[in-house]
Write a protein that binds this ligand. Structure first.
Ligand SMILES: [Zn+2]
Length: 64
């Protein structure tokens, strides 16, 4: 019965450090979130990846 055990273990090991957020490296230590287009450092980016962000939040310079 290793199949059931493996299946349970696999379901329990959910990655919380990666939720599918995409960051683009724009500088030496600066990353931009492609969702909200805010700039983050390497540390804040990892923290930001855990929170929910929405597009258009960090748009201070309105290009419209
Ligand atoms: Zn974001």
């Amino acid at each position: 019965m290793t199949a059931d055990d493996k299946n349970e273990r696999d379901a329990g090991s959910i990655r919380t450090d990666q939720i599918g957020k995409v960051f683009v490296l724009v500088g030496k230590d600066v990353r931009k979130c492609l969702v909200c287009e805010q700039l983050f450092t390497r540390r804040t980016a990892s923290e930001h990846a855990r929170v929910v962000c929405m597009p258009g939040i960090g748009m201070k310079t309105g290009s419209k």
